[in-house]
Design a protein around this ligand. Sequence first.
Ligand SMILES: Nc1ncnc2c1ncn2[C@@H]1O[C@H](COP(=O)(O)OP(=O)(O)OP(=O)(O)O)[C@@H](O)[C@H]1O
Length: 392
Amino acid sequence: MIRETLKGGKGEVIKNPKVFIDPLSVFKEIPFREDILRDAAIAIRYFVKNEVKFSNLFLGLTGTGKTFVSKYIYNEIEEVKNEDEEYKDVKQAYVNCREVGGTPQAVLSSLAGKLTGFSVPKHGINLGEYIDKIKNGTRNIKAIIYLDEVDTLVKRRGGDIVLYQLLRSDANISVIMISNDINVRDYMEPRVLSSLGPSVIFKPYDAEQLKFILSKYAEYGLIKGTYDDEILGYIAAISAKEHGDARKAVNLLFRAAQLASGGGMIKKEHVDKAIVDYEQERLIEAVKALPFHYKLALRSLIESEDVMSAHKMYTDLCNKFKQKPLSYRRFSDIISELDMFGIVKIRIVNRGRAGGVKKYALVEDKEKVLRALNETFEDSISIGDFDDVGEN
Ligand SMILES: Nc1ncnc2c1ncn2[C@@H]1O[C@H](COP(=O)(O)OP(=O)(O)OP(=O)(O)O)[C@@H](O)[C@H]1O
């Protein structure tokens, strides 16, 4: 039964999945980012050949190609090392600040490790020592540092000073910083800001640009004749509505192609199903990322929309799991935050003079949220335990 699928015969849609999973291995150019790439290449050349240091801040909303462009530059520099002697002593280090933990220590130790080639402790030495290690390690080289999600570093205490020291150090270091928080500069001290180079703005893609980008993925990754212009336009239009997010557009095309697999043609219904799956995954991710008490609060709200009764249920749950319950007021704040995340919807009902106001919170998509909660609680709490508390 699975033989046709194993062989990828009749009705197959995807020619090369790698295009969607590791697009940099396929893309030789990055559409709509040519100007940014050219300017960066000039700055890098001045740095490598004329010792003019630079620092850039790549700013733009999610899915606008900032990381894609940075990794492309990184790879191209590695290639040029084989072609141009003057690039021989260039050393690059890419660090995602959030992934390494976001603290100045974590970021510096990761950087120092990558630049010196030695393992550097994450704790126990002070920031100045890390900077010295980096300076020593880069004495005879030219270092290009990429700090992705730099906003997580800058928001930590002392984070912006680390940047200042890196930028101002007498070592040969140039820096590309990446942030999808466009207000990241507001978190920096004036002296840090003044040593920072220009911001490079990544504008959201419009529907037409997204359609062109999708056509490239389709050309490289899909079998000819399994898609048409209309379907690419449909996906592009949907993704453009959400601030021109190329990640979403590419993801939807890949999912729709997988759903169409065996049928030989991507249709609108595949895209619609792909959207539902995509939104569901995003909701699940959001719920899973919530702190423990938020999850308990959400679990209580599934049983009772009335916030006051939900707090009682929440308190029971806390007792059951030997957690100290938060006050009603704090609980109510959590509910407001969940409302801001779009997971619940608050409704205030005024019951006249005597009754006062009553606060309700409706869980937007009960079934999905419950499923997400169950998944996240799988290890620690079984849903049976919840049912004891919730339904009795
Ligand atoms: N111009 C482009 N051409 C082809 N693919 C693109 C382009 N821009 C973005 N993409 C695709 O979108 C995905 C997301 O882009 P990228 O990771 O660069 O987003 P980002 O701007 O760094 O967003 P975030 O801030 O969320 O990390 C890339 O992996 C790539 O598949």
